[in-house]
Design a binder for this molecule. Structure first.
Ligand code: GCW
Length: 705
């Protein structure tokens, strides 16, 4: 009965140049506040005509809450985009029906007999294919699960939102990673650590009785990009988050999220058995402690049957942990893992540890602590590793733990909240930064052993795969503070689903959905986004410099030499003196390069081959060191800072040129922040060059204005 109009199941549709064209001209664009994120469902320009023929009716089999969500989303989205009501019909078929279902809930899908294709996409993937059903041309969105069908529906709508063809399609998608999680650093008092978009979304004073509509809106946004879980509280965890009252509140949130496929996770305070349970100790090898975690896990699963697990920051920045009791990180993680195992929960154990007694160089410590524990963790433990070895700097080389753990799952932690990247004031699209990281070749098993492959268990088999994002939404109307910061939430979801996507592709689709479908404007915004991270690096920390900041991690503070710990200062990292600048991590220095596999180690170690973007991360150089450009290091620094400030000014000018192409409100709000960014970039340039000039004793190049 079914004919596959698209041919091969794996055929993927569309590169963005192939889409069907520009929007119909619009006069005065109505103001928008950004609340709708990328789910605005604006009329898709010229493509609308063919879409009207192909999406005339919606048929979603199944009666669950998830099916209701799919039905509502498809109906309201197509109606909004196509400018006329699209009907929903659970029984009928006509030409141009969009059918959504699983073999379990839909006889139509079952009859298609796509068994092999569906087997290949797993639990969360989907097949979208044009087919003829009972002689009617239709598009079928099929999955093994209703959550997969929800993801497929959002994918289908994204094709329409971005003006791609939906005729004769054959798409097969399966997420590359199992865990695609938001990490919120939200505190019980409503503040957010490193949050720049208002207070916490979670209204603890109202939960569990009153449910803000934003909880479902949040889960919907997550589901639209394939995010399947969220840790709701700060890794600097208050033990009371595990108290019965808090768990009931978390359970209420989890109930709202369940139909969207967003699972609840909690950050656990390692000392909770003592702080909350009033035990004499939290020693992981103490039986009463193990029992306490077991009882706690049972209690949690009684309230939240699909609870995902615990995230733990242990023995880091003052947090309690197993080392407090003379135990290892593995022993600590395992006691929680044993409690969660009967319920199929996971422990995500952070590798963001940097005890001073491990090594004088902060960048080396996590690798040293964790590689020696490889193989000692329970199967339901994953080690969660930040993208770089220090701390979310504007540019870091990849963390050497990727590819280094043969027996322990390693999942990646990236940060959307722009703690060190201009917070919600600077326009910085992080898709490019994350791609640089994901595409880094660890050389763990020959060339092509990228970080993305390591994470996906393609270098060493891994029972748990994933990527998590320290994320940015808060109570601000536009969720993320800066309209462009929404793109980082979006890019995280898309990359966690498919790390092979390009940063450019993601920027393009986000822009079309968020701002406009007009090709010329899209191209301009896309270019702004694509260069924005390098611009930020240029005016803040070029050539491998890092941590030139102070307490709030926002403003330049290279002179910062006083903090409770040396590795919280700036001088510890840049080491500027009359002789030169930079941290010698080579084989002749503190040998941090040796934590990388030989070809990478040799490349970073050899000053001639070390990419200049990492130069001062790995090498200490004289001020007159000759760069590839022919300039001295000092001249190059001057040139980079000047270039960054000029690029920021150009960004502002480009945005000004888009007045009238974007609604006035959002245009103005972005423009206001760009003005701050331009002023800040000049301040960074001037203060850093003045400060380093006091060591180099060389004049600031005349090109610097
Ligand atoms: O980047 C640093 C932040 C801390 C944060 C810590 C971490 C939650 O400055 O605010 O604490 O990292 O990742 O644990």
């Amino acid at each position: 009965m079914a004919t596959n109009l698209a041919g091969a199941a794996g055929l993927c549709v569309g590169v963005y140049s192939a889409r069907s064209n520009a929007a119909e001209p619009q006069a005065q664009l109505p103001d928008e506040d950004g609340y709708k994120l990328w789910l605005r469902y604006m009329p898709p320009g010229n493509a609308a005509k063919s879409y009207r023929r192909i999406a005339r009716q919606i048929r979603v089999d199944g009666t669950s809450a998830t099916c209701g969500i799919i039905r509502d989303e498809l109906r309201s989205a197509t109606t909004a985009m196509l400018g006329g009501a699209v009907s929903v019909n659970e029984n009928g078929l006509m030409d141009g029906t969009v059918i959504v279902g699983t073999p379990g809930n839909s006889p139509l899908v079952r009859d298609l007999n796509w068994t092999a294709d569906l087997r290949a996409v797993g639990d969360e993937g989907f097949v979208i294919r044009s087919a003829r059903i009972a002689e009617h041309p239709a598009n079928v969105i099929a999955s093994n699960t209703e959550i997969g069908a929800l993801y497929g529906s959002f994918h289908f709508l994204r094709l329409m939102q971005t003006g791609r063809p939906i005729e004769r399609i054959g798409i097969t998608e399966r997420p590359a990673l199992q865990l695609r999680l938001m990490n919120h650093w939200d505190n019980p008092n409503g503040t957010i650590e490193r949050g720049y978009a208002g207070r916490s979304l979670w209204q603890w004073n109202e939960l569990p009785g009153k449910l803000s509509p934003r909880y479902a809106a949040y889960a919907r946004a997550c589901a639209s990009i394939g995010i399947n879980g969220a840790v709701i509280n700060n890794v600097n965890a208050d033990a009371r988050m595990l108290a019965p009252e808090s768990l009931r509140q978390a359970a209420a949130l989890a109930d709202v999220w369940r139909p969207y496929g967003v699972r609840m996770y909690l950050s656990a305070n390692f000392a909770a058995p003592a702080r909350l349970g009033r035990l004499a100790t939290a020693d992981p090898l103490d039986q009463s402690v193990a029992d306490w975690w077991k009882v706690k896990a049972d209690e949690i699963y009684g309230l939240i049957p699909d609870f995902g697990g615990f995230l733990v920051k242990a023995n880091s920045e003052g947090q309690p942990g197993p080392k407090t009791y003379g135990r290892t990180h593995a022993e600590g993680a395992n006691v929680l893992a044993d409690a969660l195992a009967p319920h199929k929960g996971n422990v995500l154990w952070r590798a963001f540890v940097y005890d001073e007694d491990v090594d004088p160089d902060r960048a080396k410590r996590a690798y040293l602590e964790f590689t020696r524990l490889d193989g000692q963790f329970r199967p339901n433990v994953a080690v969660q590793v930040k993208n770089g070895p220090v701390d979310f700097q504007p540019r870091e080389p990849f963390h050497p733990l990727f590819g280094a753990m043969k027996h322990t799952p390693v999942i990646a932690e990236i940060q959307a909240t722009q703690e060190y990247l201009g917070q919600a004031k600077h326009l910085v699209y992080l898709g490019t930064m994350w791609k640089e990281f994901l595409d880094s070749d660890t050389r763990a098993k020959g060339s092509g052993s990228t970080v993305a492959k390591a994470m996906a268990g393609q270098i060493y088999p891994s029972a748990i795969t994933g990527m998590v994002c320290v994320t940015n939404p808060g109570l601000d109307t536009n969720w993320c503070g800066h309209h462009f910061s929404q793109s980082n939430w979006y890019a995280f979801g898309r990359l966690a689903w498919n790390p092979e996507l390009s940063a450019e592709e993601i920027a393009d689709e986000w822009t079309r959905m968020t701002f406009t479908s007009e090709d010329k404007t899209v191209a301009i915004i896309r270019e702004m986004m694509m260069s924005s991270r390098e611009t930020y690096v240029n005016y803040t920390m070029p050539l491998g410099l890092h941590h030139l900041i102070g307490g709030d991690h926002y403003a330049p503070m290279p002179w910062n030499n006083r903090a409770p710990r040396a590795d919280w200062t700036a001088t510890y990292y840049h080491r500027a003196s009359a002789d030169g600048i930079g941290f010698d991590r080579t084989k002749r220095g503190d040998r941090a390069v040796e934590q990388y596999f030989p070809p990478v180690c040799d490349m970073f170690d050899d000053i001639a081959r070390c990419p200049e973007q990492y130069l001062l991360w790995f090498h200490r150089c004289a001020w007159d060191y000759r760069m590839k450009s022919g300039r001295t290091l000092w001249e190059e620094l001057c040139a980079k800072y000047q270039q960054g400030a000029e690029q920021a000014a150009a960004l502002q000018k480009t945005w000004q040129s888009l007045a009238g192409k974007i609604d006035t409100r959002r245009h103005r709000e972005v423009a206001e922040r760009l003005a701050i960014q331009v002023a800040d970039s000049a301040k960074w340039r001037d203060q850093i060059l003045e400060y380093f000039g006091s060591f180099s004793k060389r004049p600031i190049s005349p090109s610097v204005r």
